[in-house]
Design a protein around this ligand. Sequence first.
Ligand code: NDP
Length: 329
Amino acid sequence: MTFRALVVEKGDEGKTTASVQDLGEDRLPEGDVTVAVEYSTLNYKDGLCVGPGGGLVRVYPHVPGIDFAGTVEASEDDRYKPGDKVVLTGWRVGEVHWGGYAEKARVKADWLVPLPEGLTTRQAMAVGTAGFTAMLAVMALEDHGLTSEKGEVLVTGAAGGVGSVATAILANLGYEVAAVTGRPEQEEYLKGLGASRIVPRADLAETTKRPLEAETWAGCVDAVGGDMLARVLGQMKYGASVAAVGLAGGAQLPATVIPFLLRGVNLLGIDSVMQPYDNRLRAWDRIARDLPMDKLEAMVEPAGLADLPDLGRAILKGGVRGRVVVDVT
Ligand code: NDP
């Protein structure tokens, strides 16, 4: 028995190449649940794992894909039986363990969650790791006191995967969303997701010597990091929180502690990879309730396994809009 997979190999000079191959089932890694994968997605990290590796992939040949949804084919764990629909995000699957860019995956039962009620496997992957993380960020902001009457919520990297889902969820919950984008041509798209105004990336790209600026944002979901996050911290309202999700603009944080000390601003770290099971269920349940499915569909760009090398390069350059859903079959 064979299955199709996108396999990344590393040549003698350290250069990686990705191609679709037929693999024998005996190549599947160890695990207690075998899943017939239906859909996977493209996230920023996948861009690294399909291409240069970014230090995430240790062993080649490698099958990337940091998330997937599908149907259990065989299980040695009581929690899952053949025919169950399941979703996987995180746990370094697609990085150190073979991932979802394949018709089959074998993983630990602990890493799976049941497909949330009300979602199809395709919708779950339209959400994917990026959307799941956006929900975690919104939950963290709410847990720290954010409510819609407090004012505008900023979303950075808004036309990307995390940003698009965060924008749609926040708008649906009644928040006024200011969407930061470097792509002015995406204004209509972002307003369609519910953004009430667009903030040009250039307005927040430059650093300032002033540690505090006008108190503007009641909350922020930040997918960009770097200079932009540093600048945003000084613009937060008194007691407001920023959920730090990503580093699309850089891993440095050239900020001062003044916003924390004088305005009680909170910087909340968001990690989706090692998230405990109960909170995963809570986030997926919120996604099924709070993310309008028509808005989700508007974000989707469909793709197949063979499209991933090009799309992987594009996402690393900030050139992908919304969510790429990969039909692996
Ligand atoms: P995308 O590439 O889809 O989105 C990133 C967006 O950031 C781009 O679309 C672009 O938006 C903006 N952007 C890109 N480059 C720059 C730049 N140099 N300066 C400012 N803005 C930039 O990626 P994802 O949404 O999948 O992921 C976003 C980030 O979140 C990544 O860093 C990723 O690693 C991280 N992440 C973290 C997770 C966690 O568990 N903490 C989980 C998932 C993702 P626009 O064109 O609108 O400006």
